[in-house]
Design a protein around this ligand. Structure first.
Ligand code: URA
Length: 214
């Protein structure tokens, strides 16, 4: 049987995915085919956040299944990770027409879902893929080229920004840079201090969920 905390997290993520799939709170809701809530393990220690769905994701409802997704899968495998070990989602859950950058009001409206997903997952570290994800958390003055590969901390949450996998399609030399950053990500989750503090956080949230359920 699942660990209770894990099954609770799964139920909460599933319920968020259902809400996202029905959401029409911004203009993207009227042009999308499918919303793309996110996918992965409710126990993931690593959460990857991209910008927003593209054509293939819009058609399937699954994040990172197009060309950039193939790059991401290849990079994950190269460091011994699989999709199922992680959680993968985006800043906005519906495809912006013609793959334009999502507008500030669309990001703001959709952010309730991302914050809710992160509150459930409590990831040990968040990997920010590209500038849109980086700037959502850290502001417009941040640039991926300047901070990639460094661990940033905000409100007790660790982040590791790296290039978006689509950038590696345009600049193949970025692929080895992203791979190096992913190895750093793995080092960060294997740091004993981080494992102990995550397990304490999960334990205390399990206890508080149990208390709330009574
Ligand atoms: N690019 C993204 O940022 N997210 C996806 O899901 C696919 C491509």
């Amino acid at each position: 049987m699942d660990h209770p905390a894990s099954s609770t997290r799964k139920n909460l993520l599933d319920s968020l995915s259902r809400q996202i799939s029905e959401c029409r709170d911004c203009r993207l809701g009227s042009t999308r085919t499918s919303a793309v809530p996110g996918i992965g393990s409710p126990d993931a220690e690593i959460c990857f956040i991209g910008e927003g769905p593209g054509r293939d994701e819009d058609a399937t409802g699954v994040p990172f299944v197009g060309q950039a997704g193939h790059v991401l899968d290849r990079l994950l495998l190269s460091v011994g990770l699989q999709r199922g070990d992680c959680y993968i989602c985006n800043i906005v859950k519906c495809r912006p027409p013609n793959n334009r950058v999502p507008a500030p009001d669309e990001i703001e409206t959709c952010s309730v879902y991302l914050y809710a997903q992160l509150a459930v997952l409590e990831p040990s570290i968040i990997c920010l893929l590209g500038n849109t994800a980086l700037r959502f958390f850290f502001g417009e003055n941040y640039a991926i080229g300047q901070v990639r590969g460094t661990i940033l901390v905000k409100d007790g949450q660790r982040f590791l920004p790296t290039y978006h996998p689509a950038a590696a399609l345009r600049n193949p030399q970025y692929e080895s840079v992203i791979q190096k950053d992913l190895l750093k990500l793995l080092d960060a989750i294997h740091d004993p201090g981080s494992l102990a503090s995550r397990s304490a956080r999960l334990q205390s949230s399990t206890n508080s969920r149990r208390t709330t359920a009574r």
